[in-house]
Design a protein around this ligand. Sequence first.
Ligand code: DAH
Length: 342
Amino acid sequence: MSLQDFLSSLDSLVADASRAFEACSDADTLEEARVQYLGQKSGALRDIQKQMGGIDPADRKTAGMQLNQSKTAIQDAFNEAKSRLGQNEDGGIDSTFDPSLPGHHPVLGHVHPITQTIEHLMEIMGRMGFEAAEGPEVEDPWHNFVALNIPEDHPARDPLDNFYLATAGKGSVPGEEGSQLLRSQTSTVQIRVMEDKQPPIRVISLGRVYRPDAPDATHFPMFHQMEGLLVDRNVTMANLKTVLRVFAENYLGTDVEIRFRPSFFPFTEPSVEVDFYWNGNWVEFGGAGMVDPNVFEAVGYDPDEYSGFAFGLGVERLCMRRHGITDIRDLYSGDLRFLKQF
Ligand code: DAH
């Protein structure tokens, strides 16, 4: 046999053996393959070794060296397959596997802090008899402005202060009938609820609102509000103050104080700004007031028969105060190092 033939049969043997070991899926087939290639009596490597005698003595040294290298390569391929199948070289269980160590824990997701806050607020308000109501995030000018007594020329309707949607044809002019926008306040849901049913009404609505504000520590173009609406006969501002005080005591703690400052909103008359005294500071959390008679008329209620109050509070602001979060952007960065703390 020529040296050339000898070397090339060694090469194909290494390739065949490696492929065979790799294909084994259990210890029995691996053992069969080992006998086939590395067996002392009739293994394929042994057969080739026997051919050494027919090689030109001048080439035997080269042939012998190559034979040893091939043997090592086949042995390595076998060991690799063996450890892949979970056995170490002496046939025991892989020594890197320690059954007494705790396993890898799958990473479990959890509820986002804002969603946790929403659930908490719903629970507190639910105890005072407020039911959750929902409305769409893509709204029309009627629900976002007109029915809420926000006149055509009011700056709140400015395209620069709202996310109007690009629509073709009718309604393509922002703010006109038929146009659409991402709601800028959850007060829209007040209108939807009152269009839908008659008093008495006691609802809250928790959801996203959108305004084109540049993000900073206290602003984000999307945030959440908790809207409240109570309509019945003989509702007073004292009722409003009590509900908000009880709410704040439950959410922020019993030593919280509440303050109303005169303000203006088109949909309430009178209107107030709501501050809570908490941790040594007066902090504004939103607006409130007695539902404006024009709003009742827009939804077909008789303002002489019914009265009501409404309020809108910032959910992020509540969540941030309670948890000591100082930058609203942290809530929406998706940074797990932050989110995992809640
Ligand atoms: N919609 C107001 C805003 O986004 C908040 C608000 C004020 C809601 C007074 C109310 C209210 O229901 O009565 O700034």
